[in-house]
Design a protein. Sequence first.
Length: 251
Amino acid sequence: MPADYHIHGLAHVGPPHTVERLLPYVEAAKATGLTEIGFADHDRYLEGLDFNVFPELERVTGMPVRAGLEVDFRPGKDHRRELAGRPWDYLIGSVHAIGDWDFDRPGQEAGFTAWDIDELYITYFDLVARAAATGLFQIIGHLDLIKIYGHRPRRPVLELAEPALKVIAESGAAMEINTAGLFKPVGEIYPARELLERAFSLNIPVTIGSDAHAPGEVARERQRARELLRRVGYTCLATFCRREMATEPID
C-alpha cells in the first residue's frame, strides 16, 4: 500500500522532532504494509521541526519518510512567506477555523447554533476554495470537515461544495480521503461519497490519510477507504516527493 501522509508525530508531546519520538510511527506504518510515511504536523509546530530527522529515520528503518505540514489556512495570513525555504515534500491545506472560531476543537460545538447551516457550509467551502486557489498546497485535507459533529445542510452538499471542487481541480492538488471522521461524532469518512464521486469526474487525484495522532492510529481503516475509492472508480493514489506528484496503484 502507498503512503499515509497525514500523521501528527508531535500532537501530544510537542517539538522538537527526534528519531525516538517518531520511530514508533514508522514502525507502525511498516507493520500495516505501507510503502512510505509522511509526517504532517500542524503549522503551529513549524519552528520546532527538524528536517534532519527524516533521513535518519529512513536510514534506521529502510522506509521512505516524507516531510509535510498541515497548514491551517487563514485568509490574510502570509502562508507562502512563512513556509518558504524549507524542504517540503508536500503541504496539506486544511480549514479548521472560521474567523476566530475553531469549529472542530472539542468544546466549540455550541458555535454551530450561531449560524444558518447552509450559510455555514457556504462560508466553509469558500475558505476551502480560497486555500486551493493559492496553489500552495499539494493536498486539500478532509474536504467536508465541517460535518464533524453531524450538522447537515438543508441544500444538497454537492451543490454547496461544487465551487470548491472545481477550484481544487483547476489547482492540480490532490484531495485527501481522511478516515479520522469514522472516529468523530459524524462517524463518516471525509469526504462524503457524493463529493468523492464528483472529484472523480473532475479527475482530482486522491490520497488516503489517517490523521493519526498516535502510532496505533497509523493507517487506521485504510482498507475501508480503499474499497470506497474502488467503488467510485479510482485505481491510483497520489504520492509526493519534493512537491512533485506521482501515482501508484491503490493495491
